[in-house]
Design a protein around this ligand. Structure first.
Ligand code: 13P
Length: 293
């Protein structure tokens, strides 16, 4: 079932686990998320990067939404990292449940103005907004932010920003990176604790590929309710596609099934790490309060 991102994350926050938000590109990816979520009775988020939105446009958005709608578990659909007002409007008009209004490349005041405007717009559609302050380094779908441009989230600024913009969840930068970690990841949990003390809304951690279990667990204790995952799932898919070059006679449908299964295994492992397995029933109750009484 297609559910509100706000409900999804606030329910996770109340019960002390996190929801995996998986960046997907096509049918196989979307189906892998739905299969893993149904298998584990877990909530999930289907995420689309703006580059993927430009590539697949409305037909691909419709696929994401229909997959969520027809799933037996709660799934929200989200536009990742968008700094383009037209893309955000298009996503909201199509019925996506949330957007990351990403003004993190702007100076603080401009980021605030942009995010506030996009939040008002999203709320008028009944959708939620994720914002980012600080800036995450690394590469994702052609968008590269160098280590020099990266900036950790300032806890005091986070408090001001959330009050001024009325966003629904906040992506933090505490040493996390998009893509592969080139050395052992180091997350600044003191900073995360200070951000938690400054704001009460659900927090989001990007760059969850490659984070060890204990860092995931500590992040959840300190308020992270959504983890963004791309690289590890994409890698699993690409590995199967690469194997095609050695099997020119391979049946394409069988290969796609194999690729789906490879992605599903990675997604399911992440859901278990995030503690969202078995939690679908909590959301079903949360989204139908009238039926519960
Ligand atoms: P990874 O590719 O590092 O998993 O990060 C994904 C992400 O943060 C999407 O916004």
């Amino acid at each position: 079932m297609l559910v509100s991102t706000k409900d999804l994350l606030e329910t996770a926050q109340r019960h002390g686990y996190a929801v995996g938000a998986f960046n997907m590109y096509n049918f196989e990816g979307v189906e892998a998320v739905v299969r893993a979520a149904e298998q584990l009775q877990s909530p999930a988020m289907l995420q689309m990067h703006p580059k993927v939105l430009s590539y697949g446009k409305q037909p691909l958005v419709a696929l994401f939404l229909e997959a969520a709608r027809s799933a037996s578990v709660p799934i929200a659909v989200h536009l990742d990292h968008s700094s383009d007002r037209n893309d955000i409007r298009m996503a909201l008009e199509a019925g996506m449940n949330s957007v990351l209004a990403d003004g993190s490349h702007h100076p603080y005041q401009e980021n605030l103005t942009f995010t506030r405007e996009m939040t008002q717009l999203a709320h008028s559609y009944g959708a939620a907004v994720e914002a980012e302050i600080g800036r995450i380094s690394g590469t994702e779908d052609g968008l590269t932010v160098s280590e020099k441009e990266a900036k950790m989230t300032d806890p005091q600024q986070a408090g001001e920003f959330v009050r001024a913009t009325q966003v629904d969840c906040l992506a933090v930068t505490i040493g996390n990176v998009h893509g592969k970690y080139r050395s052992e990841p180091h997350l600044d949990f003191d900073r995360l604790q200070k951000i938690r003390d400054a704001v009460s809304l659900p927090l989001v951690l990007h760059g969850a590929s490659g984070l060890p279990a204990e860092m995931i667990a500590r992040s959840i204790e300190l308020g992270v309710c959504k983890f963004n995952v791309n690289t590890e799932v994409r890698q699993a898919y690409m590995d199967v596609l690469r194997s095609l070059s050695e099997q020119p006679e391979a049946d394409l449908t069988d290969t796609m099934e194999e690729a789906m299964a490879a992605m599903e295994a990675v997604i399911a492992a992440k859901m278990r790490l995030f503690g969202s397995d078995g939690k679908a029933k909590l959301h079903a109750q949360a989204s139908t309060p009238a039926a519960a009484t």
